[in-house]
Design a protein. Sequence first.
Length: 549
Amino acid sequence: MSLDITATSAWQKLRAHHGLVSDRHLREFFAEDPERGRELTVTAADLYIDYSKHRMDREALRLLVEVARAAGVEERRDAMLRGDHVNTSENRAVLHTALRLPRGASLIVDGHNVVADVHAVLDRMGEFTDRLRSGQWRGATGKRITTVVNLGIGGSDLGPVMAFRALRHYVDSGVTARFVSNIDPADLVGKLAGLDPATTLFIVASKTFTTLETLTNATAARRWLVDALGEDAVAGHFVAVSTNAERVAEFGIDPANMFGFWDWVGGRYSVDSAVGLSLMCVIGREAFGEFLAGFHAIDRHFAERPLESNAPVLLGMIGLWYSSLFGADSRAVLPYSNDLGRFAAYLQQLTMESNGKSVRADGSPVSMPTGEIFWGEPGTNGQHAFYQLLHQGTRLVPADFIGFAEPTDDLATIDGAGSMHDVLMSNLFAQTKVLAFGKTAEEIAAEGTAPELVPHKVMPGNRPSTTILAPKITPSVLGQLIALYEHQVFVEGVVFGIDSFDQWGVELGKVQALELEPILTEPQAPARQGDSSTDTLVRWYRHRRGRLV
Ligand SMILES: O=P(O)(O)OC[C@H]1O[C@](O)(CO)[C@@H](O)[C@@H]1O
């Protein structure tokens, strides 16, 4: 039986305490507890995390930790880390943390040391990328490969594409990358534009090697290559990343050019597996090793720190405080870094595919809202778009601000005296301050504002945020940030009592799309799907495509 956390005394105490503090303002919390800005912080590897601007006192934090304990977060964490089958609906271990264990470590799962397997694949990836980057690996015409095109979707795309952008300063060898995911042909056509088949290598990345989008794009890419260079060129221009050697071979890729991983790596947890091959191609094996070391540093923090000072536990429980008790639907992720422009999109799969569930592991219905909706854009762009709602809207949107001490690029300000990066960071600090403390009607009136304008200008404040600071975007820091969110998702999932590692909800749509496709394309197919909306939409489409009989 899965535990219903809401039936525990720990939850009831938390709920009761929420009733006492939920109407209080962050201004009051800071006035009563002036040290909270210094003390409600935690350091995890290179990350400095300030969680003081949350609508809670220290007692609420204590009770949140009590709930985490009552839910069995420590036991479930340890079970995951040692390879128990915590993905119960698929009866699988969940071992993305094994992907970043250092060489020489040992983790015996079902009688087998998985760390040795992980490093064997990493070594093969390293050898391949060394050859590619040094120009030893040549295409069919003898030319060096200058572009790798990753063909994958979901977890086989979002991680590499996000990290490639974030780590653009580490692209160092004349090999660059492009990423194609969508079955919309515009994606492949757009990304192939300007590429020379002779200098292009495709990485077909698919855990299952059955995903329609990826196999369709891979087939189209193969045609593009063969049309230019002939069938014999395929071997030198296609490699695969998958757990399914049989399907890879069927597709025509030599299994010698396949980089494997295992069913205990979930797609959305796979950027640090062979799925990161495209990233390794452009940043090299050493930088990729630093990326993995960053994940591992947070894994250790998560495994070893008491819950009271455990960053993923605290942040996961704070997320739950808002989603379960304040009814907040979403969390904004606001990196003050243009290079993290795809970070929110990456987190959307991580958090929403993991925790968007309605039943607990034993099939019983959940007793609280699950799955925070993650969204966001880099600052300062978001300030000129949706921050109005964050500041004065009626919805409560907790936000994660992420910033860096050192810029990846810097330029002088208008007067030539300052640094644009300093301006960027002053915006981050200003936004968290204004969100938390706002500006009262009295303060606005005292500035001589016309009385009728005062209500429009009131900044209510009491809008919570976490601030995560790091020295610089390096491969290690990026790994740390990803692992920080991976483990938050896990913590929340344990409290919900759900299986955070399956994704049954995406299957039916795939099946129905396969059923509908011939109805859209075959003129003689009966255009009836049984419901009047789908029938009418299909008829509209067939009509516009000249296929209406
Ligand atoms: O790597 P694959 O097997 O092609 O799957 C791609 C993505 O599709 C999903 O299964 C969802 O449809 C994701 O979980 C996964 O990351």
